[in-house]
Each structure stands twice: as C-alpha cells, then as structure tokens.
Design a protein around this ligand. Structure first.
Ligand code: PLP
Length: 377
C-alpha cells in the first residue's frame, strides 16, 4: 500500500500529462512559458482572489510575503507550534522572531485562545512588536479565520495564510488561499495539489502587493529584467510544472477532492469509537492532506505503527516535535515556556497519519482500519 499514491495518479492522467509535457519540450519555453500565466489565471479564479503569483516552492512563497511586508528584526510573528518547520523558519530567515502558539486538539490548527495569550505576552514584555500571524491550514482543514480575523483586527496584525496543506479546503463555500491578507501554497508532489518537483504560489487581492511580489521573485526587477529596483530572489515556477499542474488542477476539481473526502468518511465510520479521529468543524471542508488519528499514548502509537508496518501499511508521525523545541529556534529573542504548549506536547506523542489519497479504494481503507482495531482492542 502507498501512503500517497502518486504513481497511480500518473497512470490515470498519463495521456494528458504526457501531451502537456511534450508540448513544453517541443517549444523549448522552459522558463516563463505561456502555461505559467495561464495557470496563474486559473488558480486565482479557482481560489476566488484577484492575483496569483507562482514561485519555486511553498517556502519561497512564504518568504516573499515576509519580504513584501518588510518584516524583520524586532517584529513578532505568531506561528502555530504544531506545523511543518517552514512556517516558522521563514520568520527567522527574515530576521523576525517567531512566537509559537498552542494547538487545538480537535482540528490540529492554532488555538485562538493561545494566540491572544501570546500576543498579550509579547505586548507586556515590550521587547518585540506584534506584526503578523501565520495561520496554517494543517492537514487540509482551514484555520478558524473568523476568529483569527477578529484578533488580527484587534491588534492590527497581518494574516499570512500558509495553505501549503490546505489547497482546496473551504469555509462556508469560500476557498482557502483567500483568507489571508497574503496566502501561499505549495505544489510539492505529496500536497493536495502537487506537481512533479517543487512549486509554490502566492495569492492576494492587493494590487500593490501582487506587483511587489512579481518584482521580488525576479531579482527585484523594475520595468524590465535588467532594471533592478530592489534586492529580490530568483523564484519561478517552471513551464513544465505549470503544464503538469494544469492537468492536475482539472482532476483535482473534477473528482480528486470528492474522492479524498469519501476516503475520510469511510475511515471515520470504520474507526468510530476505536481511536480519536480528526474533527472537521461545522461549515468547514477539508482537502485531507493527511488523515491523522490520535492514540492513547506513545506506547499505543508505537504498537499501531508497527502492526500497520507488519501488514505492509505505511504511516507517518506528523509532527514528532513541537516548533518551540526545535534547536534552530534556540537563540530567538523570546523565551518559549514549555507549559504554554500543553496541547502540542500532547499531540506530538499521540498523532499518527494514515494512508490518504484520491485513488485509495474501500478495501484498503477497511484493511487499515481492521489492523488498527485489532491492535488497540
Ligand atoms: C510543505 C509545507 C511548506 C513548504 O512547502 P515547500 O514547497 O516544501 O517549500 C510550508 N508550510 C507547510 C505547512 C507545509 O506543509
């Protein structure tokens, strides 16, 4: 069994993908081909925002946002304690300080109470200035933007939506990548919408920010490539990846999103009362980057992971270590108090992500559930 079956997906989409790739190879327009602009238009339309600017990966997309807002030394940026390293790394990389926020144990997204607690703490410390919130749509479910927006307005903070895992998710019909002042996603192969290498995108309704990011991604270009008005980076999505994503976006819209939701529903039926399941909030829709269960303790998790493995079933621990405990953040100008992160500490010892992808059949889902049932009971 595959954890995320990209080979099966390729077999299904092969005729269209091969044609799209061959066209790029024949035309030789590897950088800045028309497929890139076409994809940006389609993605912006799908998400429902004015601008999509593609780039080389999801981490660069986040970094471009930090650069556009000119965040740096002395600025506090609030980041979930339970996420992929990138969400906090980009803050330190920009010279600003990541202040971690505890987790909601049901949705795995940031806890709004902990967010406000950390903001107040930074204000009363008086050393850093609160500037932005990185809200992550973890495992496919959008963060609670209704509540996050209230706090952002109250404390005058930007919202940077990290939808690397959340592309395709919704809150009451409104799609992810449209909630942040700037939103980003990743097209890393295993993400909900993945390409065949690295890729990413930035989304915004702000014309000025969109222009600025278009300049920053190509060495701070001005009116043309050899007129450089600011220091930027080189971060482009290449034409091949854009051509592949064009085909994959169609499958994603047409049936893949439905398919992962069906897999999730079947898992939830099969595992009802057996383990703690991921909870999707009322009115929210997940694109199921991961289906993550919680076991009783670390020992039970090891038992289940081993039993799955003995049955040829892969599983993953996302994430084994809270951000506030990462060595890389040891020298930040902020003292992370372990007690502030009870939920993340709890989750890191108990979570287990199960195989999840749009091409997974019912027999396999039931097999995974069966092994878990036999192991925990
Ligand atoms: C994957 C991921 C990123 C980074 O995306 P890359 O394309 O790998 O750079 C950022 N944030 C989160 C939450 C991710 O899962």
């Amino acid at each position: 069994m595959e954890f995320r079956d990209l080979k099966r997906q390729y077999q299904v989409l092969k005729p269209e993908i091969d044609t799209a790739v061959e066209k790029v190879m024949t035309n030789g327009n590897f950088i800045n081909g028309e497929q890139v602009q076409e994809l940006e238009k389609q993605l912006a339309e799908y998400v429902g925002v004015k601008h999509c600017v593609t780039c080389a990966n999801g981490t660069d997309a986040l970094t471009l946002a930090m650069m556009a807002w000119q965040l740096g030394k002395g600025d506090a940026v609030f980041v979930p304690d339970f996420t992929f390293f990138s969400s906090g790394e980009i803050v330190s990389f920009a010279g600003a300080t990541p202040v971690f926020v505890d987790t909601d144990v049901d949705t795995y997204n940031l806890s709004v109470e902990s967010l406000e607690y950390q903001i107040k703490k930074v204000i009363s410390d008086g050393k850093l200035i609160p500037k932005a919130i990185v809200a992550v749509d973890l495992f496919g479910q959008p963060a609670d933007y209704c509540e996050i927006k209230k706090i952002a307005e109250k404390y005058d903070l930007y919202i940077l939506e990290d939808a690397a895992q959340g592309f395709g998710g919704e809150i009451q019909g409104r799609r992810t990548c449209s909630f942040g002042d700037i939103a980003t996603t990743s097209f890393f192969p295993a993400k909900p919408l993945g390409c065949y290498g690295d890729g990413g995108a930035v989304f915004t309704n702000d014309d000025y920010i969109a222009d600025l990011i278009k300049s920053l991604r190509v060495h701070g270009k001005g009116t043309m490539k050899y007129d450089n008005v600011r220091v930027g980076v080189n971060s482009r999505l290449d034409t091949l990846q854009a051509a592949i994503l064009h085909v994959k976006l169609q499958a994603f819209e047409k049936y893949e999103l439905d398919a992962v939701n069906q897999v999730a529903t079947l898992y939830s039926e099969e595992l009802q009362g057996v383990v703690k399941q991921p909870i999707v909030k009322q009115g929210f829709y997940s694109s199921w980057a991961q289906y993550t269960i919680q076991l009783k303790d670390e020992e039970e998790r090891n038992k289940v992971k081993n039993a799955l493995s003995e049955n040829g079933i892969p599983s993953m621990i996302y994430y084994p270590k809270p951000m506030h405990k990462q060595l890389a953040f040891e020298n930040e100008d902020y003292e992370y108090v372990d007690d502030d992160y009870k939920n993340t500490n709890f989750l890191c010892k108990r979570v287990l992500a199960l195989p999840m992808h749009p091409y997974m059949n019912d027999v396999d889902v039931k097999k995974v559930a069966e092994v878990i049932k036999l192991t925990v009971e």
